[in-house]
Design a protein around this ligand. Sequence first.
Ligand code: GDP
Length: 177
Amino acid sequence: RIEYAFIGRSNVGKSSLINMLCNHKGLSKTSSTPGKTLLINHFLINDEWYLVDLPGYGFAKRSKKVQADIEKMINTYILQREQLVNLFVLIDVRHEQQKIDRAFIDWLGENEIPFTIVFTKADKLGTVKAKANAAQWMEQLRDAWEELPPYFITSSEKRTGREELLAYIDEINQSLL
Ligand code: GDP
C-alpha cells in the first residue's frame, strides 16, 4: 500500500494533526510498527493508504548520537521507500522561516522528493494573519525554487484544513489508480 509521511520539528503539532486526520468514522488508526522501525509509526487509513508518522528533526534535547541515528533513519526512509507518494512537511505558521526547515526542504528538492507544506496552529494567529504569514514564508522559497510546492493552512485545535488535506490525498490516490 502507498504511504504519505508527515514530518516536522518537535512540537510543531504533528501528533495533533495526525489525530485530527485520523479521528472520524472510516479512518481507523491501526498502528503497526514493524520490527526495526520503532520510531516510524504507520496508521492504516480507510484500508487504503498508510499515514506514516516520522520522528521530528532538529530536536536539541536529544544527544548528538541519537539525533544523527534518527536523521539517518529518516533520510533512508525518504530516499528509499518506494511506497512513499508524498511527504507533508509541517511548519508552525507563527514562526519565521527556520534554517533547519529550509535546509530540509532544499534537500528534498535536490533529491526530487514530492512534498507539500502544512502550516500548523493557525488558530493561534487568526485566519488573516495566518494566511499572510504562510504566504510570506512561501515567498521566501523563491530565491531557490522556481516553482513553489503546494501548501495548506491548518488548525488541529479548530479542526480546519482537515477536509482539504484529505481531499488532496484522495486526489493523489485516484491519480495513481
Ligand atoms: P508534535 O511534537 O509535533 O507531535 O506536537 P503536538 O501535536 O504534541 O503539539 C505540541 C503542542 O502544540 C501541544 O501543546 C498542542 O496542544 C499544541 N498544538 C498542536 N496543534 C495545535 C493547534 O492547531 N492549535 C493550538 N492552539 N495548539 C496546538
